[in-house]
Design a protein around this ligand. Sequence first.
Ligand code: HEC
Ligand code: HEC
Length: 207
Amino acid sequence: MTAAIGKGRARWPAVRAWVSVLAYCTSIFCLPGVAHADAEAGKTKAQTCVVCHGPMGNSTNPDYPILAGQSARYIYLELRDFKEGRRSDPRMSPMAAGLSREDMLDLADYFAAQRAEPVPFKADPVRVEAGRRKAAEVLCTMCHLGGFTGQNEIPRVAGQHYQYIVKQLQDFRERRRTNDAGDMTSVSKGLSDEDIMNLSAYTANLQ
Ligand code: HEC
Ligand code: HEC
């Protein structure tokens, strides 16, 4: 028993060395060769995702969210939530079930680095304007930033599929999606169906 503990302790310097290498490599100063290895790993792992999320995360089916250009931190957190059951969907949950933490980080880096292709979306200008006014009133951009470009754990919504955005706002409002620590639950509580359609038209129409 004591011997085993001693052995475990002896490993710590090696573990710490790895942790500093990892910390170094997630900083902007990381060697390009090392960063490339991660992106390559992510690309290989992403082969199973493109069936639904489209080539390089540019989904063309509005049931499946666009992942290209989404915040890496947000993608990682969503994969973890699907895996651990905090967010659930019959098509997506099984896909996250078998992923390791490293898989999720590689996949998040890969999709965040892809260029989002604009989706052809014919927005009703009256809805877009009503959505813009509602977004200003509810202060959505306080978290999602101007233009809904997102930041860190807050997703980019600009240019996302209209149908997907509508579903998410409804899911938050009806408390079918509750993995957001309450931010979106309280925001969506006061939204009518009309508000949701208007906000979705406005944000889907942003590039
Ligand atoms: C069988 C289809 C399918 C496959 C394959 C699939 N997904 Fe998904 N994914 C979905 C659906 C559907 C949703 C949206 C669920 C909802 O409406 O909440 C989703 C949502 C997501 C989200 C959340 C995006 C957001 O904007 O909130 C991420 C991240 C994600 N998928 C990553 C992946 C990755 C990485 C893979 C490959 C390992 C993958 N998906 C494979 C169907 C799929
Ligand atoms: C207090 C901060 C905050 C405010 C204000 C806010 N959001 Fe969010 N929003 C979040 C966070 C955090 C998430 C991600 C939750 C998670 O981890 O799954 C999110 C998620 C979303 C999503 C899901 C995106 C996806 O890819 O699945 C949509 C759509 C959205 N917000 C739209 C809006 C709109 C429209 C408003 C204004 C009416 C708004 N948000 C106001 C913090 C905020």
